[in-house]
Design a protein around this ligand. Structure first.
Ligand code: DQA
Length: 149
């Protein structure tokens, strides 16, 4: 099983970016921890990060043939990225929307997610742990018997 982890704008600055909101963990540390969990589950991961919407659309297109699910933190594009939203419905892969913070508990503009109608589900508010929870959800989605055999 192969799962793609895609991160959008400003997530490359995790660790130094508003740590009171997003925590002190870097994207590299999140990836290392995900790799460790994935190894234990026999899952392969691939990672993409870009600050540009078109690159994220390209990444979704590229993984559609080789991954079975996507974990996506779209950053602020969550709230207005319509070409990203269209790419999610175009590729027909199950996408799990992830956020470190809980956008619903923040500024009003964060309460709109244009990708929410086309993702499989959303995990938000658990800091870096949101990614781990999303990985477990993705694995279960792709192989409901995973970890139970
Ligand atoms: C975020 C929440 C978004 O509103 C914000 O623009 C981000 C990060 C999160 O992980 O909490 O860049 O997606």
């Amino acid at each position: 099983m192969r799962i793609a982890v895609i991160d959008g704008p400003n997530l490359n600055l995790l660790g130094e970016r508003e740590p009171q909101i997003y925590g002190a963990v870097t994207l590299e540390e999140i990836r290392r921890s995900l790799e460790e969990t994935a190894r234990g589950l026999g899952v392969e991961l691939e990672f993409h990060q870009s600050n540009h919407e078109g690159d994220l659309v390209d990444a979704l297109h590229a993984v559609r043939q080789r991954a079975q699910a996507v974990i996506l933190n779209a950053g602020a594009l969550t709230h207005y990225g319509l070409s990203l939203r269209d790419a999610i419905s175009a590729v027909r892969l199950p996408v799990i929307e992830v956020h470190l913070s809980n956008p619903d508990a923040r500024e009003p503009f964060r309460r709109t997610s244009v990708i929410a109608p086309v993702v499989r589900g959303r995990i938000a508010g658990f800091g870096a742990h949101s990614y781990e929870l999303a990985l477990l959800a993705a694995v279960r989605l792709v192989d409901p018997g995973a970890g139970r055999r």
